[in-house]
Write a protein that binds this ligand. Structure first.
Ligand SMILES: [Mn+2]
Length: 316
């Protein structure tokens, strides 16, 4: 791990003005590592700039006053562009910023834990480990390798990423000894796991459980162990659920021992279906399946998007 971290440290130490970027539909790990690293860089006296067109993650709003999240989507001259939690160019929140960085010879660094990606060979440096819980954990170990003490806010941002990317440390395939070590040090620095849990679970209610029950009841299992279910736009309307629940439902189904592969298809927009896959109870590489369809992710958790209308496709 040390050697991998050193590559990021070298790039950070050689730059003064640093741009940061993550993937579209940023999740807890994307925002935790993005803003967590920005704050670390600021403490190191660096000038920083976040490239994004997305609002702050809803569940992170309770930290809003401490974050000063003011992204820009316009390219600007920087010494280094850091891309976090992403290896697929198409998934970058501002792909044109990456393109212009490459054209102008700006140094580029990826910090990531994903299985598949088309940018890994084209960046200047890469700090990537696929068996680590989250990008936030990698950022944490970079800070420790640099000998830094973290303030409360940075600690909580990084723990937010670790907790949400591992389903609160319940995923045995991505949670390692290092994850528990990172968590214990982050707690010592003042991260509040209770606050993170409250904020993430705030949306849970009887209504959410009924929604979950409806989707789970619908699940069908094939003889070779593929468990599949779906979420239509009508389901989202009926239960007043925001789009984006396919990953939490696949996490839930993946906790059962029965399924070798879990597959949840969700109607995200009129003609857009998001498919989330999990394979924690088998050796199936769902990242490979996802990349076949132009998506990405990890060996045991991945997803992709296809065009179509579930109601028409399934003849509902
Ligand atoms: Mn991640």
């Amino acid at each position: 791990m040390e050697k991998i971290l050193k590559r990021a440290i070298f790039e950070i130490e050689s730059a003064q003005k640093i741009g940061l970027m993550t993937h579209v539909n940023g999740d807890g790990d994307a925002f935790g590592s993005l803003i967590g690293l920005q704050k670390i860089l600021k403490e190191l006296g660096k000038e920083t700039l976040i490239f994004s067109s997305e609002p702050l993650l809803k569940e992170m709003e309770y930290l809003k006053n401490e974050l000063d999240y003011n992204p820009s989507s316009r390219s600007e001259k920087i010494d280094l562009l850091i891309m976090l939690d992403v290896g697929v160019e198409k998934r970058l929140v501002c792909p044109e910023v990456y393109k212009s960085a490459k054209e102008s010879g700006t140094r580029t660094l990826i910090i990531d834990h994903h299985a598949e990606g088309d940018m890994y060979d084209s960046v200047t440096s890469i700090c990537r480990k696929v068996d680590v819980s989250s990008t936030s954990e990698l950022v944490f170990w970079i800070s420790q390798e640099m000998g830094l003490r973290l303030n409360k806010t940075i600690a909580e941002l990084l723990l937010f990423g670790i907790e949400t990317d591992t389903n609160f440390l319940k995923n045995p395939n991505t949670v390692n000894k290092t994850t528990y070590m990172a968590k214990s040090i982050l707690l010592k620095y003042g991260a509040r796991v209770k606050k993170i849990k409250e904020s993430v679970l705030e949306g849970s209610s009887i209504n959410n459980l009924k929604f979950l029950g409806t989707i789970v009841t619908r699940a069908k299992m094939s003889p070779d162990g593929v468990m599949a279910t779906f979420i239509t736009s009508n389901d989202l309307r009926r239960f007043k659920i925001d789009p984006g629940s396919s990953s939490s439902i696949s996490n839930f189904l993946d906790q059962t021992k029965d399924a070798k592969i879990v597959l949840v298809a969700e109607q995200r927009a009129e003609d857009k279906i998001k498919v989330s896959m999990r394979s924690n109870n088998s050796n199936a590489n769902v990242a490979e399946i996802a990349s076949f369809f132009g998506g990405g992710g990890h060996v045991k958790a991945a997803g992709f998007e296809v065009e179509g209308d579930l109601v028409k496709m399934l003849g509902l």
